[in-house]
Ligand binder design. Structure first.
Ligand code: ADP
Length: 490
């Protein structure tokens, strides 16, 4: 296979503030690595709080004009961005693969998925309306109008380095807000490529700014982005741990938060399920992006009547469909994990589980022949609640199986977690489908499907999985506040 650098036309090595490509005030940079072979793709500015403050200045200035664009004008600009991204899908996908490790086919899928949010929010921009309400008085009218919040701080993770940006930025732009983005340190290049395309599409300067920094400076930059008095909302996707930290900072200034945090998704299969479909969807729900997705299936709860059949089929599919290798190689379905911490975490889960009596049915090891970041697609059963792999978000290519005896037991196990993002249920029993939809304590429930995310649907979690919804009309309304005006003496 060919290294990607030569055809990465959208590769940028500067941050983006007030419509200019800039370095850090300190002159410092950090390297972005390709997890497929640990090579350096590029170096980008390692910014600190003063750089973030400048970006916030730009976003704050731009807000004064952007908020007074008509909804139609904003819609046109977002749609243009969508069109430009579509025309550059291959170039953008090459960068997504290079820095995140995912196979090119999945990177293209991410670009299409991420871009669907721009298309959707271009439409939504023209439908953010208020209400005229009847009050108790004969000579007065109550107006409830929606106004943009203001400057939004956007902090994003590495697992979907393009899509996690568009579903926030498309929405906030539709509402009339401006932003500063701090992309994950592992994947800043997709964010920079995305704003390069935004610039080509005519997004006015200052509406989107990107501040890049290494993990070392993330807390410093994050604090500025959360505590600056001009920031009205913190929109974050990432770990629950960091989400709690940012929520704390937001609390000091009574700021809106939109938090998409970790999940611990159950994948429940009952005896009436279509077994082939359940198995196909299990592969998608578990191994898409090598398990590095917050909605990824984390705990497979399989009814005892079909347990052996499910395990047999799942093992067979994993062994034949999970092809490990560099994301640029034809036919590869599972790329490297994004960084060394991920590899260590995943390996640690397997070690802890096997030591406590779990059985590895396939995989379980680092594929050292390919490189340091490759982990075999793994299936484990005999999993018990004392194992880390059962309680924590795996965020990697390990499927863990637990046998269940009844619907009641499935619900008890599924709900026994502080997370509440996505849940998957396979059944042909209509009553059971409705009961599960009602009783699963999760923000999203998929019945007989393994993929549920789309721009039209409200994505989000309950409990410690987050606050707020992304996508759908709710996603745009998150970035507005309701102003009540009383028209009196009429
Ligand atoms: P992961 O464990 O998947 O890397 P994180 O929650 O650690 O998820 O990272 C998600 C995003 O949060 C990244 O952009 C990261 O740089 C950022 N981040 C991490 N720590 C902080 C912090 N203290 N303040 C602000 N942002 C942070």
């Amino acid at each position: 296979y060919r290294p990607l650098h030569r055809n990465m036309h959208l590769l940028k090595n500067k941050a983006y503030v007030e419509g200019k490509w800039v370095g850090a005030a300190s002159g410092q940079e950090f390297s972005v690595l390709n997890p497929a072979d640990d090579s350096v793709i590029a170096s980008v500015p390692d910014m600190t709080a003063p750089d973030a403050k400048k970006a916030l200045d730009a976003a704050s200035d731009a807000f004064q004009t952007w908020k007074s664009y008509t909804a139609k004008e904003r819609s046109k600009i977002i749609r243009k961005w969508y069109e430009v991204v579509e025309a550059h899908t291959d170039d953008l996908a090459a960068i997504v693969t290079a820095e995140s490790g995912k196979p090119l086919s999945e990177a293209k899928g991410e670009v299409a998925y991420g871009n669907s949010f721009l298309e959707w929010f271009a439409d939504c921009a023209r439908h953010i309306n208020g209400e005229i309400l009847s009050g108790p008085w004969p000579n007065k009218r109550i107006l409830a109008s929606r106004q943009p919040l203001g400057v939004v701080s956007v902090i994003t993770p590495w697992n979907f380095p393009f899509a996690m940006i568009t579903r926030k930025v498309g929405a906030l732009m539709a509402a009339g807000c401006t932003c500063v983005i701090k992309p994950a340190e592992d994947t800043p290049l997709s964010a920079l490529a995305a704003v390069e395309l935004a610039e080509k599409a005519g997004v006015p300067k200052g509406v989107i700014n990107v501040v890049t920094c290494s993990r070392k400076n993330a807390a410093d930059v994050g604090k500025q982005m959360c505590e600056d008095s001009r920031v009205r909302c913190i929109s974050f996707t990432g770990s629950t741990h960091v989400g709690k930290l940012l929520y704390g900072l937001a609390a000091k200034g009574i700021k809106r938060v939109s938090l998409e945090l970790g999940g611990n998704a159950p994948f429940i299969v009952f005896p009436s399920a279509d077994m082939n479909r359940a198995l196909d969807q299990a592969m998608l729900a578990k191994f898409r992006n090598n398990g590095q997705a917050c909605v990824g299936a984390n705990r497979f709860l399989i009814h005892e009547d079909i347990y052996d059949q499910f395990i047999e089929g799942f093992k067979e599919r994993i062994q034949t469909h999970c092809i490990l290798g560099p994301g640029t190689k034809e036919g590869v379905t599972c790329g490297p994990l994004v960084n060394a911490e991920q590899v260590n975490k995943v390996a640690g889960f397997v070690a802890d589980a096997t030591q406590k009596g779990a059985r590895v049915l396939t995989g379980g090891k680092i594929a050292a022949d390919l490189g340091s970041k490759y982990f075999q697609s793994t299936l484990i059963d005999n999993v018990t609640p004392d194992m880390k792999v059962f309680n924590e978000e795996v965020f990697g290519p390990i499927a863990t199986i637990v046998k269940i005896k009844s619907e009641k037991e499935a619900l008890e196990i599924a709900n026994n977690t502080n997370s509440g993002l996505a849940a998957y249920v396979f059944t042909k029993d209509l009553g059971q489908a409705f009961r599960m939809s009602r009783d699963l304590e999760f923000g999203m429930v998929a019945i007989n499907d393994g993929l549920l995310s789309t721009a039209e649907a409200p994505f989000g979690g309950i409990k410690e999985s987050g606050i707020g919804r992304e996508g759908s009309m709710h996603g745009a309304e998150e970035y507005t506040e309701i102003k009540y005006t009383l028209m009196s003496d009429l």
